[in-house]
Design a protein around this ligand. Structure first.
Ligand SMILES: Nc1nc2c(c(=O)[nH]1)N[C@H]1C(S)=C(S)[C@@H](COP(=O)(O)O)O[C@H]1N2
Ligand SMILES: [Mo]
Length: 451
């Protein structure tokens, strides 16, 4: 059936034409509402979980005994520095950012409690990106509901094809190592390096994590649900509380995938690093879309629509496109693959001793291809030397590297790391500006002091 499946590039071109022609509809949200929404960057509120349309039961995270007041809209916050996140967020591992928790790269070197972190990030240290808050879902009641005109007999949302967690566990399992990375990872550097302030979560480089995911291929489940050659788009939706922006309820977090990607390497994951998924990372089941922007990897998936025409949601129309002077007037095609980035496993402004060899550690990654090489500069970007790669570069994952440096003179230094992937994508000095600050790929300046 692959002859009927449009390539990703053809799909993007089609999508852009439809968007510009005003055909884009995001489940009842008119294009002009979306445009109005993007004109004003407002606070996101959450509807209480009980307000979710549909029969799935999902309760908000438990209330702390004496915690901060809940956000407007009524979702109950979890205890801790980020309302709505269930797991503990110790300050050595995380930086709280709104409803999200950024992973600290310097914490990957280990500390009092243990050695360095391997290729995959332990679940308890993995970054969290929530539009609203983590729902607690009873796995025994949970069902994956699949419907739409791209399935045999066109089951409806009311009469979907259903799979329980046991059903999914009974299907052939598959596991992959994959990164989840927020499209806005690195966003704060647009302001700090390029003097362009952009709205949204001000991530440094820790809006990313790698894990071993086990589950069932989405392709397998779609085939069993009766996928036909008419299928064009596949749209998973989450069971978390619905985000409300400037009084407009955006509905469930959802984003369509072209059927070509859905059938290629997408996983419905029920395990992360060998353990059942935890609430913050999508329990009982999440989507994992290797190489793509994190928003595609829908957590707490409850439904999947399989449509015979392109679908739209706020997450592929007003958000997760590139807008700005270097992009077409209606914005770029919806974002898919991630860009090239590199990070040191070192605190910013770290103090290092003079006259001693430093074993600098870092990681580099690209959504498009395995990492080919990494170069490091310790003199403000004048001279570059190769870092030594410590992992077999793989698609969809990062590669750890080391770089030995013996600084002799005390004083301030700027470290830089620059990766190139096997397709030849490399990190530029300046990232092309876009209004939302997505896909920051420029080399990041990492200041340290030798003293
Ligand atoms: N249902 C749902 N899925 C979601 C989100 C969300 O808020 N709700 N956030 C998305 C975004 S923007 C990112 S970057 C990843 C983050 O995954 P993590 O929290 O497991 O790190 O989940 C994605 N899936
Ligand atoms: Mo994200």
């Amino acid at each position: 059936m692959s002859a009927q499946i449009p390539s990703e590039a053809a799909y993007d071109r089609l999508r852009r034409r439809q968007w510009l022609a005003g055909e884009a509809r995001a489940d009842g949200i008119e294009r002009r509402d979306l445009l109005r929404l993007l004109a004003s960057a407002g606070a996101v509120a959450a509807l209480p979980a009980g307000a979710l349309a549909g029969a799935q039961r999902a309760s908000a995270a438990p209330a702390p005994a004496a915690g901060p007041p809940g956000p407007a809209g009524g979702a109950t916050p979890a205890a801790g520095p980020v309302p709505g996140i269930v797991k503990p967020l110790p300050a050595e591992w995380f930086v709280p950012r709104g409803t999200n928790a950024e992973m600290r790269f310097d914490a990957l070197r280990g500390g009092a409690d243990g050695g360095p972190v391997g290729r995959h990030v332990p679940v308890e240290r993995f970054f969290v990106r929530n539009h609203t808050s983590t729902p607690l879902i009873d796995a025994a009641d949970w069902r994956l509901r699949i419907f739409g005109a791209g399935l045999r007999g066109a089951p409806t949302a009311g009469q979907p094809v259903e799979f329980s967690l046991d059903d999914l566990r009974g299907l052939p399992s598959h596991s992959i190592g994959a990164l989840i990375e927020c499209a806005g990872n690195g966003r704060s550097f647009y302001a700090s390096q390029q003097h362009r302030t952009v709205p949204g979560t001000q991530w440094t480089l820790g809006g990313i994590g790698s894990a071993r995911w086990r589950g069932v291929r989405l392709a397998e489940v779609l085939r069993r649900a009766g996928l036909t050659a008419d299928a064009v788009d596949v749209m998973p939706a989450g069971l978390d509380p619905e985000p409300v922006v400037n009084g407009v309820n955006l509905g469930r977090v959802r984003r369509p995938l072209p059927v070509a990607k859905a059938l290629d390497d997408v996983l419905l994951a029920y395990e992360m690093n060998g353990e059942p998924l935890t609430p913050d990372h999508g329990a009982p089941v999440r989507v994992v879309v290797p190489g793509w922007v994190g928003i595609a990897s829908v957590k707490w998936v409850g439904t999947v629509e399989v449509a015979d025409r392109p679908l739209y949601s706020p997450w592929n129309t007003d958000s997760y496109r590139l807008f700005g002077p270097d992009y077409p007037p209606g914005g770029s095609a919806p974002l898919t693959t991630q860009v090239v980035k590199s990070a040191f496993e070192l605190a910013r402004d770290a103090v290092l001793p003079a006259g001693r060899t430093q074993h600098l550690h870092g990681r580099s990654w690209s959504g498009a291809a395995p990492v080919r090489r990494v170069e490091v500069s310790v003199d403000g970007g004048r001279r570059w030397r190769r870092a030594e790669l410590r992992d077999e570069p793989r698609p969809g994952n990062w590669t750890r590297w080391t770089f030995d440096w013996r600084p002799e003179r005390p004083g301030p230094y700027e470290l830089r790391a620059r990766a190139t992937d096997r397709r030849g994508n490399t990190q530029p000095e300046v990232s092309l500006f876009n209004r939302e600050g997505y896909l920051f790929d420029a080399v990041v300046v990492h200041p340290v002091t030798v003293g």
